[in-house]
Design a protein. Structure first.
Length: 408
């Protein structure tokens, strides 16, 4: 099949075909269904053609068409953002006019608020997870009747070769249907490996042993809970970072460090509706996990609630900045990478941002030695301790605050 497929830079004359492919590929997605209630997505053809023309004329956008030469039909396309190489298509007067009037081409009855919100959310997510040097696969679409024939792979390989030549990363957002293709070519979720890294790093943690009943501990229930919390953090756009190394005999997993923080939340500002929704979703997932695993996997709920109450009271006292704090929720480094400066890098990626923002940072460590000395070198100061005591079992948490460093 792919022998008949020609991949080339898209032209203005193909823009209508590209718009049709976009609609045919994504028309059953929630974004389309919610933005066009009860409408046939084909009414968006003029709007989608105008957007294709707009992208063709953007200097950092590279659009490739896949043409079935046996029938001379455009059957797929890919749109890449390449920050280091320009490829601008000069549009005709008619094409420029269509781009200029794109807003007026939206069909009657379209929920523009939902459409714009969806685009803005994707833009915000991209800003969180990319840098100026990253390539981005903005879109890859193949006509339904041509899917599964290797055309997506052919479109994808161009970008992979470009990125490999520059040792650059590629960012993309996958639909459920496209996910298997991207996994095949090296993309993968970080959450499963991040969960394993945290579980391994905290295996000997005093707070962990105080909070969980070892005789009832279920590592799979704990992994599900951690994964849900990581997904929560991603959905709330909290600062989350992983450290990776090439997979080898020494490093069977690529993720060797995890840093997860909460962003500053002003005391006077209420919880946003989006965070509230994520809070609810996290609670619902935990309920389902309780049913699936037959309990909380050894979590001592009494001690958990005790700790949360003591933590709340501590924050009321030591969080004196009304603007809030960057709060280090999780910091984990694999045992084979400790003492090599990786923990410092995972902390500094946020403290440097805090310095730029002029914001303080806060953390709680369950190990006094050697953690306190390490954190002091990073600018943190011990402000108080939380004594978690339940019967004969006790655990101490060391609460540390870092004031922002002003640049010279």
């Amino acid at each position: 099949m792919t022998d008949d497929i020609d991949i080339h830079y898209a032209s203005e004359s193909e823009s209508a075909a590209l718009g049709h492919i976009n609609i045919a590929s994504f028309r059953h997605g929630l974004m389309w269904l919610n933005a066009l209630p009860g409408r046939d997505p084909e009414v968006c053809m003029p709007m989608k053609q105008a957007r294709c023309l707009q992208k063709l004329a953007s200097p950092d956008i590279h659009v490739f068409s896949a043409v079935d030469t046996s029938v001379d039909r455009v059957v797929g396309y890919a749109r890449w953002t390449v920050p280091w190489e320009e490829n601008k298509v000069e549009l005709s007067e008619e094409g420029r006019a269509m781009v200029a009037n794109a807003a007026s081409l939206r069909p009657e009855g379209m929920r523009a608020d939902i459409w714009e919100l969806s685009l803005e959310l994707m833009k915000e997510k991209k800003a969180v997870h990319t840098t100026k040097d990253d390539m981005m696969l903005d879109l890859l679409a193949v006509l339904p009747e041509y899917q599964g024939k290797g055309i997506g792979s052919k479109l994808l390989r161009w970008g992979i070769q470009q990125a490999d030549a520059r040792n650059a990363r590629i960012y993309l957002e996958a639909t459920i249907e496209g996910y298997p293709l991207y996994r095949k070519y090296g993309w993968h979720e970080d959450i499963p490996e991040a969960v394993e890294c945290v579980q391994t790093a905290f295996a000997d943690d005093p707070y962990f042993h105080w909070l969980f009943d070892s005789s009832e501990y279920n590592i799979h229930r704990n992994a599900a809970s951690l994964a849900a919390h990581f997904q929560y953090g991603l959905n709330c756009n909290t600062p989350m970072y992983v450290a990776k190394v090439p997979i080898s005999d020494k490093h069977p997993r690529s993720i060797v460090g995890v840093s997860w923080w909460f962003s500053p939340q002003p005391a006077s500002k209420g919880v946003s509706w989006s965070v509230w929704a994520q809070d609810w979703l996290l609670s619902f997932r935990q309920f389902l996990f309780n049913v699936r695993f037959g309990g909380r996997g050894g979590l001592n709920l009494h001690r958990y609630n005790m700790w949360k109450e003591m933590q709340r009271k501590t924050h009321d006292v030591v969080w004196t900045d009304p603007r809030g704090y960057y709060f280090c929720n999780v910091l984990a480094v694999s045992s084979e990478m400790r003492g090599m400066g990786l923990g410092r890098k995972l902390v500094e990626v946020v403290t440097q941002q805090a310095d730029r923002d002029g914001m303080p940072c806060y953390l709680e460590s369950s190990k006094g030695v050697p953690n306190i000395i390490i954190y002091e070198k990073l600018g943190f100061n011990l402000v108080t301790e939380i004594d978690c005591v339940d019967g004969n079992d006790a655990c101490k948490l060391y609460c540390m605050v870092r004031k922002p460093k002003t640049k010279a």
